[in-house]
Design a protein around this ligand. Structure first.
Ligand code: NAD
Length: 513
């Protein structure tokens, strides 16, 4: 197998990346600045990948001004035409899927199929947006007044700010950007500083497609460390909407700032996703569903399965079989065939893993398998861990972004549902059962309190066609499919009088000469 450096060199060359890359683009790339740049190392084995320079407050302002200027013409372009531009972009990304997927794997450590899946998701959202261009609709209502028309229309908002997390370094941006651009907005992107290189690779590919297809520069990119650019965005009244994906802590802070200027937010925050496994489950499906949910992306998905609640009648059997799967799952270099669990993003994530396990043990949890740091010098690898837990253990209510699965036992479905819902977060959920009554209970008002509820499939791995997002501390935002597009527009109620008089609503009289 090729070394990471060889893979890097090949991929960089084909994508036009270099060791030192500008991380700021608005119509043109701003010159790279060594003194103000992020060093990018691969979590796979610490290989140095290059540097990405960050934006200054002044460059941020210029990027916003440019997006405002572009908005004027873009918002007046018919939506079906805008959506064809998004189709061109998706077609172009499809041609570069393999290369972009490799960058994702190199930078954030996703196994090959997941790195490719990340780019596939961008393509899928792009094609969804292409159809959406002819489906932006509003309702027409009957007016109480003669010769009047009453209807709602949706109007583009302006420049949308997108702040994304490291674990979906390009897909989450496209969920927002492709939908927002189709409905007539322009977009300024502040990616995670842990995924700066992916943002540059994506923007380079898109810039090329935009130039070849005469698409105006409707997307801008401004990299920044931590809150540097994010704080400016939160305060900036030029951004009517900020779509934020990240932790609950940062999301709450940002939401308060945006709310203080009465701006809008779409919040896609942390999850603490649970799967219920009934005694009536198909054991094979349940095991695979739970294992995928808990192990994929090394437990670093917002939708990762973090808790599993298993019926007492099958509890021991399920635990032993899952333990076997865990111990066979190959952990290591995500670019190697057969590897299922790749690295953690950084040393901080390894520390969070260790801390959570010690807290779980202190609080009465029993480790079934795992609890081992495999490597923290050349890459960051931990052993996927299963912990038997009891209801009420505080650590099980937190999202630890690592492959740790807490296992609970239940005797009645009411008890399972109580354990399931008794956490602050509300993103994704699943039930494994072949019993129609159990499944409908799970989907009822007394059932799962999450934004996503799955039956006989994993908490992780959503399709783009549905609206994506969660309740409670997850923030209530919805992105991607269904009618999530409405969040990127403002709703306007229109009343038109085409009569020869001006009758007032509710029969009010106003007699003036
Ligand atoms: P994070 O909160 O550390 O960072 C998210 C983004 O916020 C990054 O771009 C970061 O640079 C930026 N940021 C940091 N400080 C900021 C500030 N003061 N103001 C504005 N922006 C600031 O999250 P992360 O570690 O990158 O990602 C993991 C988290 O994201 C997990 O909690 C995960 O569940 C969540 N997530 C949620 C979804 C979802 O759709 N619900 C999807 C992916 C990830």
């Amino acid at each position: 197998m090729k070394s990471l450096k060889e893979i890097r060199d090949e991929t960089f060359e084909k994508l036009g990346l270099s060791e030192n890359n500008s991380g700021v683009f608005y119509g043109k790339w701003i010159d790279y600045r060594q003194e103000n740049s992020i060093e990018v190392k691969s979590p796979i084995d610490g290989t140095y990948l290059g540097r990405v320079s960050v934006g200054t407050p002044d460059e941020y302002k210029k990027a916003v001004r440019m997006m405002e200027r572009e908005f004027i013409e873009w918002s007046e372009t018919p939506a079906p035409k805008r959506s064809l531009a998004i189709k061109d972009i998706s077609d172009g990304i499809r041609e570069k899927k393999e290369l972009l997927g490799k960058i994702v794997s190199l930078e954030v450590g996703k196994v090959t199929t997941e790195g490719q899946g990340e780019i596939q998701e961008m393509i899928d959202v792009g094609y969804f947006a292409t159809g959406l261009g002819r489906q932006i609709y509003g309702l027409t209502m009957a007016s109480e007044r003669p010769y009047h028309r009453l209807y709602e229309q949706y109007v583009p908002l302006g420049v949308i700010g997108v702040i994304s997390a490291f674990n979906f370094p390009s897909a989450v941006w496209s969920w927002n950007a492709f939908i927002a651009a189709t409905v007539g907005d322009t977009v300024l992107w502040k990616p995670s500083s842990k995924a700066a290189l992916t943002s540059v690779a994506v923007m380079r590919v898109i810039q090329d497609i935009m130039e070849k297809n005469s698409i105006p520069p409707i997307f801008a990119l401004v990299n920044g460390r931590g809150g540097e650019i994010g704080e400016l965005m939160a305060e900036d009244r030029s951004l009517p909407l900020i779509s934020f994906t990240g932790s609950v802590k940062t999301g709450k802070h940002l939401a308060e700032k945006v709310a203080s200027r009465l701006g809008k937010t779409i919040l896609e925050l942390g999850g603490n996703n649970c799967a219920i496994v009934s005694e009536k489950a198909d054991m094979k499906i349940a095991l695979k569903g739970v294992a995928f949910g808990a192990l994929a992306t090394a437990g670093q998905r917002c939708t990762s399965t973090r808790r599993v609640v298993v019926n007492e009648k099958i509890y021991d059997e399920f635990r032993e079989k899952l333990k076997e799967i865990y111990e066979k799952a190959k952990t290591g270099n995500p670019l190697e065939d057969g590897v299922i669990v790749g690295p953690m993003i950084d040393e901080g994530a390894v520390k969070d893993y260790e801390k959570a396990i010690s807290k779980a043990i202190e609080q009465g949890g029993k480790v079934i398998t795992g609890n081992k740091v495999l490597e923290r010098n050349r890459g960051y690898y931990v052993a996927p861990t299963i912990i038997e837990a009891r209801e009420g253990m505080e650590i099980t209510k937190e999202e630890t972004f690592a492959p740790i699965l807490y296992m609970f036992k239940y005797s009645t479905m009411e008890e399972a549902m109580r354990i399931h819902n008794n956490v602050p977060q509300g993103l994704s959920s699943a039930i494994f059962t072949t019993d129609l009554r159990e499944e409908e209970y799970f989907l009822s008002a007394r059932g799962s309190d999450c934004g996503i509820a799955n039956v006989n499939t994993s908490t992780a791995g959503a399709e783009i066609g549905g609206a994506f997002g969660g309740e409670k501390d997850t923030g209530g935002g919805r992105e991607s499919g269904s009618d999530a597009w409405k969040a990127y527009m403002r709703r306007q109620t229109v009343t038109k009088n085409y009569g020869k008089d001006i009758p007032l609503a509710q029969g009010v009289q106003f007699n003036v000469e």
